[in-house]
Design a protein around this ligand. Sequence first.
Ligand SMILES: [Zn+2]
Length: 389
Amino acid sequence: MPHHNFIITPHSIHTPTAIVHTEYDPTTLDPVPSPAWTRFVCISDTHARSFDVPPGDVLLHSGDLTSRGTVAEFRKTVDWLCGLPHKVKIIIAGNHDITLHEGWYDKNPLRWHRDVGKQDRAAILQLLKGPRAVASGLVYLESEEHVFQVKDGGRTWSVYGSPWSPYFCNWAFNYKPEDGPALIAKFPKTDILLTHGPAHHILDRTNHGDLPGCPALRARLPDLRPRIHVAGHIHEGRGAYVHAWTGTGGEGEGRGEGEGKEGEGEAPRVQNDNWYRDSDSDSDLDEDDEDEGDGEEDEHADEAEDEGEREGENELGVTPLPHPPPPTPVDRTVFVNAATFPSGRHAWRGVRVKGLHACHGVLVEDREERMKVPFGGPGFQAVVVDLLD
Ligand SMILES: [Zn+2]
């Protein structure tokens, strides 16, 4: 068998409080910058497949653990997840994990499982929440909150997990558009938000150009402002984007197709594009952002100088004015569509096929061709998110 070498184009987004690696060579992936950071490894839509993921502190899985919710598929997935080194592994269900939707699956189990028979939900919950799962740090969340700690004496992190996604062909955990606001109003404010479906217009564009993400979730984001929101579901929307909320509004960090500056209090608009390069400093958007950022920094620098002078005058009997308040920390949300199921235009890419090949009767060394990316392969790797504690 020829040895296939997919061509990897490393890509990261760097901000003061969040670093995101969307494409990387696992053998040379940067570690967290310091012990003050925590590494989250984000995956979704694994559909009973397994593949290599980088180590880290926390694994986040945004649903579609299986293709059709059989006990065998869950066993395979849980075997894989329990063997991963992450201390905490937060997982949710997706629309394909049909057996977990209590009351709904039972109405018509044979619609899905005529060949294998009705599946045992209790056995599946035992896999997801039983002693072995607990011992390996697996935490299954179904519309519930959880708080965990990964470093001894370190901070705690809160997470909320919801398996629900907008109605699509009557799959599990589907809600009608009119039911979205009430369902999402129940989401508490947490550090980490896991939903199976993405928010509308944030990494949700399908191959057909639709944006089926949830508008109610999008409308709620300015209030929730999690440090990280992981979704999946729309496989071809895989990618990441960091949004900085400034004051009541927000500005994008990074660059996404169709992205622009937003009005006050609005969630960002990011169409899926896992190929954008935020580090390009020649875009209009980046230049605007930099200009504003510099302006703010200059302002603070001036204040600091003034203060220094005032302190110098202290011996003259001048009471120093109060220190200026520190700059307000910027809230940032890292948006991740963590789908690892290769789909859409990025599911095929160039590979170097090593060795000698006969080409039109001539022997040639190493050639390039296009091949289907495997689960979790380049373009669909686990998204690695480092957050400053
Ligand atoms: Zn899926």
